[in-house]
Design a protein around this ligand. Sequence first.
Ligand code: GLN
Length: 199
Amino acid sequence: MKIGVIGLQGAISEHILAVERAMEALGVEGEAFWIRKGEDINDLDGLIIPGGESTTIGKLMVESGLFQKVQDRADSGMPVLGTCAGLILLAKEGDEQVRRTGQPLLGLMDMQVIRNAFGRQRESFEVDLKIPVFGENAFRAVFIRAPAVKRVWGDVEILAEYQDGIVATRQENLVAMAFHPELTPDTRAHEYFLKMCRE
Ligand code: GLN
């Protein structure tokens, strides 16, 4: 199995390691790759868009030819996991901040996002989150200047909520998380994604 991580800006190597740990846990043969240009994603079984700055990642994806390429491959069914800034990029609609900066969104998932949804005072925090698709035990979720999903439509499934916000969603081959699953030793988020890639 070949999994790529968009490697332009943000938490890249942590995702590569988390994918490798999850492959081992599942007994799946495979490799994780650092992705920098459009042609790098041709034969991937799944792609991760990491956390970072969504404005920067979006701009660099346009410049590298990855933006259009990711849209096309996701439309034809390649599984994509977006975490934090990656969740923002997957959304169809943004908030006032997104409109003001004119930042590009891939527009793949039927949801509206709010950037920096948890306020400046709580720039980063950790919580034990119930995510039923990961099983009974709570998942330790690390939020860093995290977005939240305000509204979903179409066939978007809500996987987790925290306070007034939706913090994990899925729509067919696409999954989005507002937190950073690559920063904890728990591999269940990456295992969940790898199972989607294997199907
Ligand atoms: N605040 C960032 C943004 O709006 C996301 C933060 C993150 O990915 N950790 O793009």
